[in-house]
Design a protein around this ligand. Structure first.
Ligand code: SF4
Length: 460
C-alpha cells in the first residue's frame, strides 16, 4: 500500500541532539578533536575592553572561518548562510539550533581591527602546527619549499604603466590597500624598479604574464615538513624569484626561532639554486641544499667549458687544458683589490700572449684574444650542492618535492583558493595563513582519525 507522509501535525516539543546528527566520520569531527583554541582566547584577551557589551566570541569567528577555508566557501556572506543551514557546521561552531549566526560584516570589521593588530591568524596557525608536532606529524629532518601564484582581486583594466607618476590623491580618502602600499614604500624609502603595470585597486600586486593575458597576482610560499606534508610556515610575497627566495629565508629563520626546528636538508626547485642562497644554507645554517644549482658555465657550442679547467684553491687560479694559468690579477700589487663584480663573481683571465700561439685556441676562445672564466664567490657552496646532486638521497628528494606541489594543487582545486578575495599584502597574508591552517587541520584529521567504512556515513 502506498504510504502518505503525515503533515499538519505540529509537534510541541522536540528532543534533538546535534551530536547525534553529525556523522561519526565527518571531517569536522576529526578537525574538532585536534583544534584547541583556549590559548587563542588568552592571546586575544588584551585586545578587548574589560567593560561594555560582550563582543561576538572570537573563537566562534575563527571556527566559522576554518569551516569556510576547509570546504572552499570563499564568500563570508555565503559562509554565514551555510553555517545557518548546515547542522555539522553549526555543531563545529558550537552554535545551538536557535543561536544566531554572526553577520558577515563582523568578519571584515575584526579582520581590519583586532585580528590584524593581534596577528590572530598567525597565532591560530602556530597553535595548529604545535598540535601537529605534538601528534608526531613533524619530524624536522627534511623540509621542502616552493611558491605558487594566486591571482589578486584586481582587474587588469585598472592597471597603469609603472613608469608613470601616479597621483594617489588624498591618502585619508584612499582605500586600505593603497594606504598600505604607500606606507610600505615610505618605510623602505626605496622607489623600487619601475614595474610594467601598477594596479590602482591593489598596487602591491605583481603584474605577470604566464602564457596568456597578463594579470595581477601574489605568491604564496610554503615550507613543509616531508614526513606528512605538514606546512610549517607560510609567507606572502611578490611574484619574482628574489622575493620568493627571501620568503624562504624568513620562513626557515622563523621556524627555528619559534619552534627550534631546523632541517638537515632543504628540497626545492631551480628557483632556489642561486649561489647566495646556497651559501647561506651551507655555511650559515648548515642545511644540505637538495636543489639544482643555477649553472650557465657549460657551453653548448662545442668549445671548452669551465669544467674543462682545473681549479687550484691555494693558488687562487685555474689551469687550462694546455697547462696555462688563468688569474684574476696578473699585476703584482701591494693592496690587491677584491675584483668582486656586482654579480658576486670573480673573473679569471688567461694571458693573451699564451693563447695567441695555443693550438687549442679555436676550441677555447675563437672570438676573443684570451679566455675568461667567471667564478662565484660562493662556488664552494655550489660545489657542495653539486656533490649532493650525485647521491641517492637527492633522487629521493626529487620525489619528495611533489608533496609541496600536491598541497598547491589541493589549495586551488579543493579549497578553491585560485584567486584572492582580500587585497594588499596584509589581505594575502591573512588568506594564505587561514588556508594553510585549514590544510594542516584536514591533514591531521585524515592521518590520525580512523578511516570511514565503505558504507553510508549517515547514521540510522
Ligand atoms: S687558448 Fe689560452 S686558455 Fe685556452 S687552452 Fe689555449 S692557452 Fe689555455
Amino acid at each position: 500500500m502506498m504510504g502518505r507522509q503525515a503533515t499538519g501535525r505540529e509537534q510541541l516539543f522536540y528532543t534533538f541532539s546535534m551530536e547525534d546528527h553529525v556523522p561519526e566520520h565527518h571531517l569536522l569531527r576529526g578537525i574538532h578533536q585536534f583544534l584547541d583554541l583556549s590559548a587563542f582566547r588568552q592571546h586575544m584577551e588584551p585586545f578587548y575592553s574589560s567593560v561594555g557589551r560582550p563582543s561576538i566570541d572570537p573563537e566562534l569567528m575563527i571556527r566559522m572561518l576554518i569551516v569556510g577555508y576547509c570546504f572552499g566557501i570563499r564568500s563570508e556572506r555565503r559562509l554565514c548562510e551555510e553555517v545557518h543551514l548546515n547542522l555539522a557546521y553549526r555543531w563545529f561552531c558550537r552554535l545551538g539550533l536557535e543561536d544566531q549566526v554572526p553577520n558577515h560584516s563582523t568578519f571584515s570589521k575584526n579582520r581590519h581591527g583586532r585580528f590584524r593588530d593581534s596577528e590572530a591568524f598567525r597565532e591560530v596557525f602556530e597553535n595548529v602546527l604545535s598540535r601537529c608536532m605534538a601528534e608526531g606529524l613533524v619530524r624536522g629532518e627534511g623540509f621542502a619549499t616552493d611558491a605558487s601564484i594566486i591571482k589578486a582581486d584586481a582587474q587588469r583594466q585598472r592597471g597603469v604603466p609603472g613608469d608613470q607618476a601616479i597621483d594617489w590623491g588624498d591618502l585619508d580618502e584612499a582605500t586600505r590597500p593603497v594606504r598600505e602600499y604607500i606606507a610600505a614604500l615610505e618605510e623602505t624609502n626605496d622607489p623600487d624598479t619601475p614595474r610594467k603595470s601598477v594596479s590602482l585597486t591593489d598596487p602591491a600586486a605583481t603584474w605577470i604574464t604566464r602564457g596568456g593575458p597578463a594579470f595581477f597576482a601574489y605568491s604564496t610560499n610554503y615550507l613543509i615538513d616531508l614526513k606528512a606534508g605538514i606546512i610549517v610556515d607560510v609567507e606572502a610575497s611578490a611574484v619574482n624569484s628574489a622575493a620568493e627566495v627571501e620568503a624562504t629565508r624568513t620562513m626557515i629563520d622563523r621556524v627555528e626561532d619559534k619552534f627550534d626546528l631546523k632541517p638537515e636538508r632543504l628540497v626545492g626547485d631551480t628557483n632556489y639554486g642561486s649561489a647566495a642562497l646556497l651559501n647561506w644554507l651551507v655555511n650559515e645554517k648548515q642545511i644540505e641544499p637538495h636543489v639544482p644549482v643555477w649553472d650557465k658555465s657549460e657551453r653548448q657550442d662545442g668549445t671548452l667549458s669551465r669544467s674543462d679547467f682545473e681549479w687550484n684553491e691555494q693558488a687562487n687560479e685555474y689551469t687550462c687544458p694546455a697547462g696555462k694559468t688563468l688569474r684574476s690579477d696578473w699585476r703584482p700589487m701591494k693592496h690587491r683589490p677584491t675584483r668582486i663584480t656586482k654579480a658576486d663573481t670573480i673573473i679569471y683571465r688567461s694571458h693573451e700572449r699564451e693563447c695567441t700561439v695555443c693550438p687549442m685556441k679555436a676550441n677555447c676562445c675563437p672570438n676573443t684574444s684570451f679566455r675568461k672564466i667567471t667564478r662565484s664567490i660562493h662556488e664552494k657552496a655550489r660545489d657542495v650542492t653539486r656533490a649532493i646532486a650525485m647521491t641517492d638521497a637527492y633522487d629521493q628528494s626529487g620525489k619528495d618535492r611533489k608533496k609541496v606541489e600536491m598541497l598547491f594543487a589541493h589549495l586551488k582545486r579543493i579549497l578553491k583558493l585560485d584567486k584572492l578575495r582580500l587585497r594588499g599584502f596584509s589581505g594575502a597574508k591573512d588568506e594564505f595563513l587561514l588556508a594553510a591552517t585549514a590544510q594542516n587541520l584536514r591533514r591531521m584529521a585524515k592521518w590520525l582519525m580512523p578511516a570511514a567504512p565503505e558504507t553510508t556515513l549517515i547514521p540510522a
